[in-house]
Design a protein around this ligand. Structure first.
Ligand code: ADP
Ligand code: MG
Length: 413
């Protein structure tokens, strides 16, 4: 039996209507489900990457009640930071356990403001009768604080020519939260301040120069092994970021802009290429031709800045005549130079700090001037490595010492 055309037409229009209805209901439902699933996925991804980024965040992810710091007491009342650091770090060089850090931080009292930098004040503080330095960041600069803590906690970083890290903590003073970085205190302050007040003899110059170079060589060096250390580039080397210790040697400070070389050959954070202090920026940083995907580039830019620091030190050496302290390029750019002013002098005109004539009459200063020139070559690849600088200055210092001892012996004899 065949159905009449009219019945067929009615049947198919019913089919079409129900299909349309079904579509109208299911499509929006599917869209809504897809939207919810995508939102949840995106949210989870963001949370995950944030968590990964702050993986090592010192205190925030630990339950507050677990963070009651242990009471640190020392026989005789006096604390001994050196002893505490030696026993607690068990040689790994990555700093005190977090709870001990918090405990130390809670027992520090602030005495006097001793310096100002990019992010806040540096204070001299006291801990159990010992001086400590406290760098205070506001929560607005949390990332900078966190980054500097992260770098200082790098395994095996501890070295006599790198500023000694003691503790980090976030402190609530009742009104706002401060982020503290507690370090060894050095009463002579920065090399910049020290060189304004002091001149040095050849030995003093070698002590300052060699210790800076040794500190930078340790920073740049990769140590392979389970207790190894990645290579680190400083990115803001200058006399204001180097401290002078009471024995006349230096410690490199302010690691807030440093980058680490990762095992997959990448740099451990997306580096914005033009950071640091304009006066000390290498030509390739100033004209943005630096290859920022290659870790080696950052080391070469550090060596350029090292050359300028060596020049600042050498100028205050009495063997080279009397020169008042001046920052590099003092005669070529104004006191707070712009990027454009620096670029014109350093990249276009290719000028460098001038080497006084008197330096040619001292063997030590001849070596120093040769080394600094080879540090500040325009071509990054032509510059010395910091290890080469260290070796050259070491053998020159030894030769100089031997000469001094021989002449002392002959004058006695
Ligand atoms: P910023 O990151 O804000 O530039 P720095 O770490 O460079 O801070 O410190 C700023 C200044 O504070 C230094 O130039 C120096 O004069 C002083 N300073 C920093 N750390 C110490 C310290 N451990 N001992 C003595 N003075 C310090
Ligand atoms: Mg600084």
């Amino acid at each position: 039996m065949r159905s009449s055309p009219s019945t067929k037409a009615t049947g198919s229009s019913w089919d079409n209507t129900s299909e349309m209805l079904l579509l109208r209901i299911t499509v929006p439902i599917v869209i809504i489900i897809l939207f919810i699933v995508t939102t949840v996925l995106v949210y989870e991804k963001c949370r995950g990457s944030k968590r990964r980024q702050f993986k090592a965040k010192p205190f925030d992810e630990i339950d507050e009640h677990l963070l009651e710091p242990p009471e640190l007491s020392f026989p005789g009342g006096g604390g001994d930071l050196k002893q505490l650091l030696e026993t607690s770090t068990s040689g790994s060089g990555s700093g005190l356990p977090l709870l001990v850090q918090r405990s130390v931080a809670r027992q520090v009292t602030l005495d006097q403001s001793v310096g100002k930098g990019r992010y806040g004040d540096v204070w001299r503080g006291r801990w159990h009768g010992e001086d400590v330095a406290v760098k205070i960041f506001s929560t607005r600069d949390e990332r900078s604080w966190f980054r500097e803590v992260e770098i200082y906690q790098t395994v095996m970083l501890r070295h006599e020519n790198i500023l000694g890290f003691i503790a980090a903590d976030n402190k609530d003073n009742g009104t706002w939260t401060q982020l503290w970085l507690i370090m060894d205190y050095h009463r002579h302050g920065s090399l910049f301040d020290y060189l304004q007040r002091t001149t040095v003899d050849v030995r003093g110059m070698y002590r300052l120069a060699l210790s800076i170079v040794t500190g930078l060589a340790h920073l740049h060096m990769e140590i392979v092994g389970t207790q190894g250390k990645p290579a680190i580039a400083h990115r803001d080397l200058k006399s204001k970021n180097i401290l002078v210790k009471s024995n006349g040697t230096c410690a490199i400070a302010d690691l807030g802009l440093a980058v680490r070389h990762m095992p997959d050959d990448s740099v451990d954070m997306a580096p914005n290429s033009r950071v640091g202090t304009k006066r000390y920026m290498a030509p390739e940083v100033l004209d943005e031709t630096m290859n920022t995907s290659q870790f080696e580039s950052f080391k070469r830019a550090d060596v350029y800045a090292l050359g300028l620091v060596l020049w600042e030190v050498a100028r205050r050496c009495t063997a080279g005549g009397l020169h008042e302290y001046q920052p590099p390029y003092h005669d070529l750019v104004p006191s707070d130079p712009s990027l454009e002013e620096m670029r014109k002098v350093v990249c276009v005109d290719r000028q460098r700090p001038s080497i006084p004539n008197q330096w040619h009459s001292s063997e030590a200063l001849r070596v120093m001037s040769k080394v600094m020139k080879e540090c500040w070559y325009h071509s990054p690849a032509a510059r010395l490595t910091v290890l080469r600088v260290k070796k050259t200055l070491c053998s020159s210092a030894v030769a100089d010492d031997a000469k001094m001892m021989t002449s002392a012996a002959s004058s006695q004899g």
